[in-house]
Design a protein around this ligand. Sequence first.
Ligand SMILES: CSC[C@H]1O[C@@H](n2cnc3c(O)ncnc32)[C@H](O)[C@@H]1O
Ligand SMILES: [Zn+2]
Length: 439
Amino acid sequence: MSESVDQLIHARWVIPVSPADTVFEHYSVAIRAGAIVDVLAQSEARSRYRAAEVVELGEHALIPGLVNLHAHAAMNLMRGMGDDLPLMRWLQETIWPAEGKHVSPAFVRDGTLLAAREMLRGGITTCNDMYFYPEAAARAFDEAGMRAVVGIIMLDFPTPYASDADDYLRKGLRTRDQWRDAPLLGFSVAPHAPYTVSDASFERVASLAAELDLPIHIHVHETATEISDGLAAHGVRPLARLERLGLLGPNLIAVHAVHLDETDLARLAHHGCSVAHCPTSNMKLGSGIAPLSSLVQRGINIGLGTDGAASNNRLDIFQEMRHAALLAKAVNCDASVIPAHRALHMATLGGAQALGLENNIGSITPGKRADLCAVSLSGPLMQPCFDPVSHLVYVCDRDQVSHVWVDGTLRVKDGTALLRISDKELLEITTVWQTKLVN
Ligand SMILES: CSC[C@H]1O[C@@H](n2cnc3c(O)ncnc32)[C@H](O)[C@@H]1O
Ligand SMILES: [Zn+2]
């Protein structure tokens, strides 16, 4: 007697990520009610399960959906603005003035939809986001059917979105209440950075995150200037200041973490913090290169992030995997650091763990939600294929993504994103924003 499931996916390779280094060949994944119920050999799957829908993928690798551990999705509408400037000039001369003038709930909704389309099409199923008007971002992720952790943003200066730290938190918490029952949406507390948030506000962030059991999502130790300015203003390095204020813990996602000395590494490791490594943004803004192999050696959990489209300028986790692995080898003069399977782990389970979602997503494991990404490894550019994990990191481009499932629902099919909004409509909307942004 066969058992009924909703979907049965057959692929040449299934790469579960956990257990580490496992590659199953000619395998299948069975899905019921949005969850993975079985991972087994194709021959067994075909006799054991009767599926409402069968997806025959052939020469594909099926991997967990990718996790973008740091993004500002709405900034897709600013792609290409402020190129070739270092962080503080980029923020102060181009980005913050443009945000002050143009960012609104409509901007955030439209930009986030554009980003969600880009991310889903590139195999990203979860986005850890931080931006103004989180209610508009939540609405857009929900509309796109993408999993997201939306930041309850907070700064200690007024913007058109909020007047002060209290106002940021009040508005963010109201949004969280409104989306309490949305299965794909979660929230974090997102203080922008040590140079924009006061000690008193950081203490509020720490107690709120502890009370509500939320991740803390923060830019930290991004540039050398941030450290020297932080030392001058507070007498200690920014991470030491955050430790003193009670922010360091397993729920802290330290975004960038480029400039780290031995004391910083020890602090991150001691408190079980995670790092969102954003190699492309760090290169483009000339911030530096994070000490990835030192982080790995200390057992610090690492995920990968794109940052926003104005400092990358793609939301492409395949690119981040490749940059993470290659840069680490180059700076260490050691080809053995960050092998391909480690980069894939960072792009999936590492990101999930940082968000506290490791029991739900990040690997192809029975019981987890069916967030999956199928990548075609057929065609001459992929030949020969001795090791699919090597190809995923060193050869593949996001264009090879053919199918993407979020929570068991197909969101990309044969390379086409299945959003409620069409590409034509998205293009019309973005053209209007482009005209506004140049004026
Ligand atoms: C308050 S929403 C987020 C805020 O952060 C700005 N931003 C984007 N990328 C970076 C970065 O790499 N470091 C610091 N700040 C960044 C974004 O423009 C928004 O103002
Ligand atoms: Zn950022």
